[in-house]
Structure formats: C-alpha cells, structure tokens
Write a protein that binds this ligand. Structure first.
Ligand code: PAZ
Length: 307
C-alpha cells in the first residue's frame, strides 16, 4: 500500500464495531450462489474532520447525500445489490418524497387516539416503507454509516477487499464529498480547544489519495465511477479529465455546485456525455438517466472482461 495511506490507517482511531461490519459485509456479498450478482458500493454525504479527539468541533462540508440516496434506489431497481455507505443523518433511500421532519409531519392522532398517517402523505409513506423493506428483505440493500474521514476510509477499504472476489461485477460509485485535508489523530488535542488561548492555528495535512489505492490495490477488477465537484465551471471538465487519467477511473461524473441537481457530465476516455434532468416531468431527477447510462457501461465492461 502507498506509504502515506499506510500511515493514515496506522494512526487512525480503531473503527468501532469492525467485526460486526465485517460479518455483515461477508454475508451480504456472499449472498449469491451464482457469483453473477452485481454489487455496487454507493458512497454518500460528507466526511467530517475532527479537531479534537473527544470531538466537540469538526470541519464539515455541504453534501446532503441526496445524490447517493436517489442513485441507490435506481441501482436497486436495475437489479443491483447496493452497499450504501452514508454519512450518519444524511438523506436516505426511499425517503426523498417525505418532508424533513417526517415523523411529526406525516402522522397524526386518530379519533381513538391511535397514531395514523395523514391523508396527504399516505401514498408517499406507504411507498417508502414498502420499497425500503422489500430491498432489505430481498438482501439487496446493506446500509453502513460513517461520520469522520477515518471511519469512511476504513469502511471503504473493508468493502473493497471483501468485494474483490466479485471481480468486474463489483462497482464503486463514489458520490460522497470526501475531505481533502485532515488533522492526524496523534497530533490532535485530546480535550476541547479553549477559546481563552486566543486565535486558533491548525495544520491540516492532505488526506492521502485513496482513489489510487482503491482502484489499483484494493479492488483492481471492479468498475469505478468517481465524482468531481467544482464551483468554477471553467475548470470542471479539465479537472474531471485529469482525475479520470490519474486514477484510471472508468468514468468521472463532473458536476457544478449550483446546477448539480439539473445536469452532470459523464467523462470517459472517449467522450463527454451531458446528462440532464427531464424538466418536462414533475419530480424527475438527474440520477435516473445517469444510473441508466452507467448500468449500460458496466454491462459492456463485464462483457469485455469475460472475453
Ligand atoms: O450530496 P449531494 O446530493 O448534496 O451532492 C452530491 C455531490 C455534489 C457531493 C456529488 O455529486 C459529488 O460531486 N461528490 C464528489 C465531491 C468531490 O469532488 O469531492
């Protein structure tokens, strides 16, 4: 493994529930006699960077997890088993059409003081419960959660190594907004930083480039989709192209912060395909055509890998 990556893992705090996560992953991935099942790891939401070991303060980012949650639903619909690696508290699959405070908004007391679903939300709640339970019961949705950059990279490594046996049938769809900078665990203060000490100087190190190791060492046969977000549209495609080549991704999805829900550009070795939300359809999203396109590319990849 790359030296920087190795020292990142060595100094990271031990992952809580490592054994439980490992067992869940093995069961989920091996839940197929044919070895033909396609499994996608969808990462979603933003990683935090703790500033104190007993963390009170942390650096965070904007990601809501909508992209990952919506994409998960479309992957399940397309016949994939999905490992949904998401930021605790971020957007969840099958809950997109429910209000933010769903519990309080969707339910009310009935005349007999029982709890019932409000008429306006009845269809949305039924659909969410039905589809979510169906996915979990069919063994095609495994949800794993992270908060910090340390947890994220440790769990992602476990997923990649466990999914290695799936060869080209595994896909990584890396939509999480991953911190570029962090404070190494051993140089982090233990207790809450005191404001009485005056202005705060913190040195952040660069997070090792995980994509390289993931692609080349942890899961070399898998199909890889990474994302590139910029706020300056002028540099977006160039940066996506650079990432494609540097990390040998199969496609990089380029998106701009303000228009990310309307349009993305899928950058591959041969082409740049613009994918739009269908504005003529109420409730449409860009993830629907995006996943359709990527599922097609994955099929071609599997076919080519078998010949
Ligand atoms: O999570 P969200 O739906 O609010 O946004 C999705 C996104 C912009 C985080 C994702 O499309 C993306 O670009 N992820 C990678 C970001 C990066 O360059 O680190």
């Amino acid at each position: 493994m790359d030296l920087e990556m190795e020292s990142f893992f060595e100094s990271a705090p031990p992952l809580k529930e490592r054994d439980i996560i490992s067992e869940k992953l093995k069961q989920f991935i091996q839940n197929d006699d044919t070895n033909r099942r396609r499994v996608v790891c969808v990462t979603s939401g933003g990683t935090t960077v703790p500033l104190e070991q007993r963390c009170v303060r942390y650096i965070d980012n904007f990601s809501s997890g909508y992209r990952g949650a919506a994409s998960t639903e479309y992957f399940v619909k397309a016949g994939y088993a999905v490992i949904f690696l998401y930021r605790r508290g971020s957007c969840q699959p099958y809950c997109r059409s429910l209000p933010d405070n769903a519990f309080l908004e969707c339910f009310e007391f009935s005349h007999e003081s029982n709890i019932q679903v409000r008429e306006t939300y009845s269809e949305a709640v039924k659909r969410a419960i039905r589809d979510h339970h169906a996915a979990v019961e069919r063994g095609v949705l495994l949800k794993l959660t992270f908060t910090t950059i340390f947890e994220y990279l440790q769990i992602l490594q476990m997923i990649a190594v466990t999914a290695r046996g799936l060869g080209p049938h595994a896909m990584f769809y890396l939509a999480a907004a991953v911190s570029d900078f962090y404070v190494p665990w051993e140089s982090m203060v233990e207790h809450k930083i005191q404001s009485a000490s005056g202005p705060l100087d913190i040195r952040l190190l660069q997070v090792p480039k995980m994509l390289s190791v993931l692609r080349k060492k942890w899961a070399p046969m898998a199909f890889f989709i990474s994302f590139k977000l910029e706020t300056d549209i002028k540099i977006l495609l160039e940066k996506a192209d650079m990432a494609l080549k540097k990390y040998e991704m199969h496609a990089v999805v380029a998106n701009e912060l303000l228009t990310r829900k309307e349009e993305v550009v899928v950058v591959t070795d041969n082409e740049k395909i613009s994918v739009h939300r269908d504005k003529s359809q109420a409730g449409s999203d860009v993830e629907n055509p995006l996943i359709e396109l990527l599922v097609g590319s994955h099929s071609t990849y599997i076919k080519d890998s078998n010949t």
